[in-house]
Each structure stands twice: as C-alpha cells, then as structure tokens.
Design a binder for this molecule. Structure first.
Ligand code: NAP
Length: 305
C-alpha cells in the first residue's frame, strides 16, 4: 500500500503539491483548519489548479486536524508563523517513523516544529516555485521552479522522492539544505524589506546601490559568523544579479504588505537579527532596517512580528 501524503494547509503551495500528487494518483489527503473550513471545502468539491490558463478541479479528500487516522507523511504548507501551532494540533496522530516535509520560507519555524515532534524526521524544503490563490481552494501556478529538499541531520534521501517524480514536481535532494535556506534568507533580507520601505519593484533598488551593498556586507559577516561561509560567497553580486533579473517584479514581502497580509518578517530579517545578537555581532544597518520595517508595518496596522 503506498503511503498517504497528508497536506497541512490548503493554501498556495499546499494546493500546488496536493493537486499534482492527486493527478499522478498518489494518495493524498488535505487537513484544513476546522469543521467550518471542511464544510466550505465540501461545497467547493475539490481543489482547483490553474496552469497555462487551464483550470482543473481535483476532488482531494479532506479532514480536520482532529480526524483519527494516523499520519505517516505530512507536508506542512502553512506560513512560517502558523507552522508550529498547526503541527502541534496533529502531533498526536503522527505514526512511529513519521516524516514531515517543511515548506516554510526563512528560518526558525523549522526548529520550532522539530521541537514539537522529536519522534519524527523533519525534512526542510526550499522552493523557487510560485503560486497564488485567486479564490478559496483555487490556485494559479504562476512560476515554474525547483524544490530542494534536505535533512541537516541525515544525509540519506527518502524513498518517497519517487512520488515527486511521478507527480512532475521538479526537485533535488540536497545535502546542504541549511546553506540553501540561509542563502535564500540573506537574499530576501537584502532585497524585500527595502522594496517595501522604498515602495518599489525589485529593479527600483538599482537606485539604492549603497544601501544594498552595506546590507550585503553585514549579511556576509553574519553568515560567516554562524558557520555558513558557503552561503556568504559572492552574496553582493548575486543580490545585484537578482535585482537586475527580477527588476519588473514586486517582492513577496511587498505583495504581502500591498494586500495587507501578515508578513513572515520574524523568520527572515527578524531571524537574521536574532542570530546576530546571539553571536554578539553588531550589525547596525540590519537592526535599523528591522526597526524601520517594523515601524512601517505598525503604521499600516499590520502585525510587526
Ligand atoms: P498560504 O497561501 O497563505 O497558505 C497557507 C495555508 O495554511 C492557508 O490555507 C491556511 O488556512 C493554512 N493554515 C494555517 N494554519 C492552519 C492550521 N492550523 N490548520 C490547517 N491549515 C492551516 O501560504 P503559501 O503562499 O502557500 O506559503 C506557505 C509557505 O511556503 C510560506 O512560508 C511561504 O513563504 C512559502 N513559499 C510560498 C511560495 C508561493 O509561491 N506561494 C513559494 C515559495 C515558498 P486558511 O486558508 O484557513 O487561512
């Protein structure tokens, strides 16, 4: 019997994964927040994936966290700030040897989740795929990309990567997943907060070259201090390359603020500042950036954590 994938969180990435697994006839079940969400899902009749302008509905079975069935494989597809609490609700259902795949951006939530479920194997993911919801239970596959998966504690790849092959989810097992997550976090810290504060697309940061360069210098120092020298290599030139290559795009943090959604600041810039202070590293520009961003979010009535 193939192992069922339980997908916790029916948002953009959760739907993107659940629908592709279902399309490949891999057994998958959705875990939604509560009975009210389950009822709403029942009315919709399934998850809709819109790809290349064509929409297809997949009647993926769903349940609430309290359903009794044991969980062997759990894809955690919540936002970083929801992951720990969401996993805590299903933790009693985890079977011995259960595995969790954590899709959260940034760092900090993965350790918080792992501490909740010491009996389980936690695999971290870093994805460049892009998706967004244009309605409840309906997701647009906006950007094709790649997902790296890895387990900092055990270098051996799990057998279920075959399911991802079958589902056409482009992926690679990574033995340096922490380096990938730190690198992505550093790129995010150098670009996203400034796009919010300067109210611009990524390309607008070409007019703030010095500010970006100063942040890259401090981020490089941080990565080196916390044992991630590979993530620090040529950071500034990659930041400049990304700014240029994605000049017309709005960063994910810009979009969150623009749509008045809570940001993942605590797991991105906030995490960088917290780790710096733990290492007694003085990074004044990074700290000032965090302060400015928090003040800005607060002034908009958005959560600043
Ligand atoms: P999202 O669209 O907001 O989806 C999150 C989902 O989690 C929502 O459906 C939410 O439920 C659900 N949820 C929260 N708490 C829950 C709980 N206790 N029980 C059950 N469900 C719960 O977020 P996303 O864009 O998919 O992002 C997920 C993570 O992937 C983030 O860390 C993000 O940074 C990362 N990521 C996203 C993308 C992308 O393109 N979207 C790309 C790369 C990385 P409700 O619907 O009830 O609110």
């Amino acid at each position: 019997m193939p192992t069922t994938w339980h997908v916790l969180g029916a948002g953009s990435l959760g739907t993107l994964w659940a629908t592709r697994l279902a399309r490949a006839e891999v057994p998958v079940r959705l875990i939604v927040r509560d009975a009210a969400r389950l009822q709403a899902y029942g009315v919709a009749g399934g998850l809709t994936l819109v790809e290349h302008g064509e929409s297809q509905c997949y009647p993926v079975p769903a349940e609430t966290p309290d359903s009794g069935e044991p969980i062997n494989r759990l894809l955690v597809a919540c936002k970083a700030y929801d992951a720990e609490q969401a996993v805590a609700r299903v933790a009693p259902r985890l079977a011995p040897g259960a595995e969790l795949i954590l899709l959260q951006n940034g760092l900090g939530s993965q350790d918080a989740v792992a501490a909740q479920v010491p009996q389980a194997r936690c695999i971290c993911a870093s994805s460049t795929e892009g998706a967004f919801r244009d309605g409840d239970w309906r997701v647009i596959f906006a950007g094709h990309g790649y997902t790296w998966l890895g387990d900092a504690g055990h270098p051996v790849a799990p057998i279920w990567l075959d399911d991802l092959d079958a589902a056409g989810i482009p992926h690679q097992w990574s033995t340096d997943i922490l380096t990938r997550l730190w690198r992505k976090l550093a790129l995010n810290c150098a670009i996203n907060p400034l796009t919010v504060l300067h109210d611009c697309r990524n390309g607008g940061l070409q007019d703030h070259h010095c500010e970006v360069a100063t942040l890259c210098g401090e981020l490089t120092e941080l990565l080196e201090r916390c044992g991630q020298p590979a993530a620090a290599e040529d950071l500034q030139s990659e930041v400049e390359r990304v700014i240029h290559a994605t000049a017309a795009n709005y960063s994910s943090m810009y979009q969150d603020v623009n749509h008045r959604r809570r940001t993942e600041i605590s797991y991105l810039l906030g995490h960088a500042c917290k780790v710096a202070s733990r290492h007694q590293l003085n990074l004044p520009h990074l700290n000032q950036l965090q302060q400015r961003l928090r003040t800005h979010l607060h002034s908009l009535g958005l959560p600043s954590d």
